[in-house]
Unconditional design. Structure first.
Length: 201
């Protein structure tokens, strides 16, 4: 009997070590994991993805960096938009078709990585992130990036591997932009576009 109790106690300890803690407010609420994007799942998500998200949220409290890259979440966890101290957010390789407007609350965000998703456009609320200097949006399905022109704090913009034929004619409004990456090549901004806004060869 004592041996059996010890075995049960050990199993419970193992579960507690990997399960998201409810007491610290980090129960994971992810939309659309394993379903069509935007379809909410009731309650908290269970399984490896939820454990990874909960772990990343805990680390973000100290590091001000939330790394959710490569988790194939399908949508952004709601908690991400509540971390108003975040400086960096990595949402790469998550099968995202759109970005939650609630992320516009992250006023201190310096770097946003949405590489390798299914985005067809960039959201206009990027202009509401006054500290955003780096946007990585390579390898999506972007056909235009007009909204990015209003994000005037940008210094580094990565857009390679999309479906772009033209850049916004007024991209020169990004007066702080130092590097624009298109067609897998990094070039100074002045060398990237022709007078009509099309990509230069």
């Amino acid at each position: 009997m004592a041996r059996r109790l010890a075995s049960i106690t050990g199993s419970l300890a193992s579960v507690a070590a990997v399960a998201p803690s409810q007491s610290d407010g980090l129960a994971v609420d992810v939309l659309a994991v394993g379903t069509a994007a935007g379809a909410p799942l009731p309650g908290s998500v269970v399984g490896p993805a939820s454990v990874a998200v909960a772990h990343a949220l805990r680390i973000a409290r100290v590091s001000e960096v939330l790394d959710l890259g490569g988790l194939s979440l399908g949508a952004v966890p709601r908690q991400a938009a509540t971390l108003d101290y975040l400086r960096e957010l990595d949402l790469s390789t998550n099968g995202l078709h759109e970005l939650d407007p609630a992320l516009s609350r992250l006023a201190l965000l310096v770097s946003l990585n949405v590489e390798d998703n299914e985005l067809t456009e960039l959201p206009p609320w990027l202009a509401e992130l006054p500290e955003l200097t780096t946007l990585i949006a390579s390898h999506n399905k972007l056909t235009d990036v007009d909204a990015v022109v209003a994000a005037t704090s940008l210094e580094l913009l990565f857009l390679s591997g999309n479906m772009l034929e033209d850049l916004p004619y007024n991209i020169d409004k990004l007066v702080r932009l130092r590097e624009l990456v298109v067609d897998s090549q990094a070039r100074p901004v002045d060398d990237c576009t022709e007078a009509d806004g099309s990509l230069s060869p």
